[in-house]
Design a protein around this ligand. Structure first.
Ligand code: HEM
Length: 150
């Protein structure tokens, strides 16, 4: 295998890991917002609360993975030196900010809201899950935009 082949393979693997993590992030929020959290409100029992908490934990891992691969991807595309002052960089920074907010929503807002559904009702959990889903979809748009507009 030539040096250039190894480089291409690594580029692909990093992009693959990044997009796979992003897919799980978007999908996880979709499942939470449209399937799991509404079921908890219907009084379907503790099992769905456990499932929701496990899904939020999975989102923390996949989100961190997405961000980690994203940082490596910067070094394998336009580089950190082009991050500030370019349209491409602005898109990447915007996507990164969304990613940080997403992690915060999952751990800081959605998880406590799920755990207190019994006391406060399901509206806050549904709201945070929906916001997370919309932001994750937005992040995909911003990131894919970086490649074309930036
Ligand atoms: C710290 C956060 C993140 C960083 C540093 C980051 C970085 C990057 C970089 C450098 C690229 C390549 C752009 C290019 O080829 O010019 C990219 C592409 C992409 N990112 Fe991110 N990203 C982050 C978060 C996210 C999030 C939260 C999502 C979605 C949930 C996401 C989804 C994507 C997608 C779908 C692509 C296009 C990949 C392709 O078409 O090959 N990224 N990202």
């Amino acid at each position: 295998m030539k040096g250039t082949d190894v480089t291409i393979l690594l580029d692909w693997l990093v992009r693959y890991g990044h997009v796979l993590g992003a897919t799980l992030w978007v999908g996880g929020y979709a499942v939470l917002a449209f399937l799991i959290v509404p079921r908890i409100a219907q009084g379907t029992g503790e099992a769905f609360v456990h499932l929701a908490i496990a899904t939020v934990r999975m989102l923390t891992y996949t989100g961190t993975l997405t961000m980690g691969f994203g940082l490596i991807l910067i070094t394998r595309t336009n580089g950190f030196s082009n991050l500030f002052g370019s349209t491409w960089g602005s898109f990447i920074i915007a996507g990164s900010v969304i990613a940080i907010v997403l992690l915060g929503i999952g751990d800081g807002a959605l998880r406590p809201a799920i755990l207190s559904i019994g006391k406060t009702g399901d509206a806050p959990a549904r709201c945070f899950a929906l916001i997370g889903f919309v932001l994750a979809v937005l992040a995909v748009g911003v990131m894919t935009g970086a490649m074309f507009i930036g």
